[in-house]
Design a protein around this ligand. Structure first.
Ligand SMILES: NC(=O)c1ccc[n+]([C@@H]2O[C@H](COP(=O)([O-])OP(=O)(O)OC[C@H]3O[C@@H](n4cnc5c(N)ncnc54)[C@H](OP(=O)(O)O)[C@@H]3O)[C@@H](O)[C@H]2O)c1
Length: 292
């Protein structure tokens, strides 16, 4: 059987259609959803990511409020700026682009965001709240902003009606940004979840057991055909810039001859991350309007 290509760009476009509908309904009431992007320093990759987010905002009827700060900004000044954005009624979502320069501790900065404006879904109180809910439907209907990349993966699985309940999902990577929250989401959706990391023994053996294999380790073309079960679903979260261009963590050409379905890089998980960011922002604007 041919391997199905899971087109994240197309799924992201579906999410963005719903985002635009909500943005238009808000605009009709005089409210334009606003996303503030805080970029500290001049890391070229971060500047590209923030640029993409601003472009997407503008293309979907959002106000974009860009806040560039120099790499030597003090913690106090950054916290003051976040406080101003928290108080600004035109701002419904805020992101602080990571990574931050070494002298700034994200564990101190991210909790300073108003949890109601947490566009990235990384505020510890939001993460703590949804993780305690039992089922995935309950998580989705809670309205709590979810971390964008893992939520985007769940949206791809839903769109392609990939059975999660009872499946064995193996997540390679345990970062707070991707691996850990995605493992919790899959668990809430009743998968049996194994999380692997750099200290896991027998990694290929675990990968070969996966009905759903998620690669989120940041090592280009790491997952080879002999690490993948036949007809399994392979989700490639990785994005690395290599001399051959953007590459995922999965050796796409090799693995597509074994897997039943696979996300490509680019046009896979990447576009979903930005779509979910806009989703979190428009939902935050709706919540704000409902409570005013
Ligand atoms: N598509 C998107 O929108 C999107 C969004 C976010 C991230 N990403 C990409 O996703 C990848 C992962 O991002 P991240 O932020 O989660 O990275 P990260 O914070 O560097 O975490 C990487 C994880 O992979 C594990 N790992 C590293 N090498 C390994 C190996 N050889 N075998 C098994 N596990 C290994 C690490 O294990 P330890 O914990 O033991 O160190 C860690 O848990 C990167 O390529 C990143 O660019 C893409």
């Amino acid at each position: 059987m041919d391997c199905q290509i899971l087109d994240g760009k197309a799924v992201a476009e579906k999410v963005l259609e719903r985002v635009r509908e909500k943005a238009q309904a808000l605009s009709a009431r005089g409210i334009v959803p606003g996303l503030a992007t805080v970029l500290v320093g001049d890391d070229p990759a971060s500047a590209v990511y923030v640029g993409q987010k601003i472009k997407r905002c503008e293309a979907n009827g959002f106000n974009s409020i860009h806040v560039p700060l120099t790499a030597d900004v003090t913690e106090e000044k950054l916290l003051d700026k976040i406080g101003e954005l928290n108080d600004d009624p035109k701002v419904h979502g805020i992101i602080v682009q990571l990574p931050l320069p070494k002298h700034l501790n994200p564990e101190k900065i991210l909790p300073a965001l108003d949890p109601g404006k947490d566009a990235d879904g990384l505020h510890p109180s939001n993460q703590g709240r949804w993780i305690q809910l039992k089922g995935w439907d309950e998580v989705l209907s809670s309205g709590i902003p979810l971390p964008c990349t893992p939520a985007g993966v769940m949206e791809i699985l839903k769109h392609y009606q990939i059975p999660i309940s009872g499946a064995h999902a193996v997540v390679v990577g345990r970062s707070s940004l991707v691996g850990k929250p995605l493992a919790s989401m899959l668990l809430a959706a009743n998968a049996t979840v194994t999380v692997c990391h750099s200290r896991s023994n027998n990694l290929p053996e675990f990968c070969r057991q996966a009905d759903i294999l998620v690669a989120a380790l940041g090592r280009p073309k790491f997952i080879k055909a002999d690490m993948v079960k036949e007809e399994s679903v392979v989700i490639d979260v990785g994005i690395s810039r290599t001399p051959e261009g953007l590459k995922g963590d999965v050796d796409f050409e090799e693995v597509k001859s074994v897997a039943g379905a696979i996300t490509p890089v680019p046009r896979g998980v990447g576009p979903m991350t930005v779509a979910m960011l806009l989703w979190n922002t428009v939902k935050a604007a709706e919540t704000r309007v409902a409570s005013d």
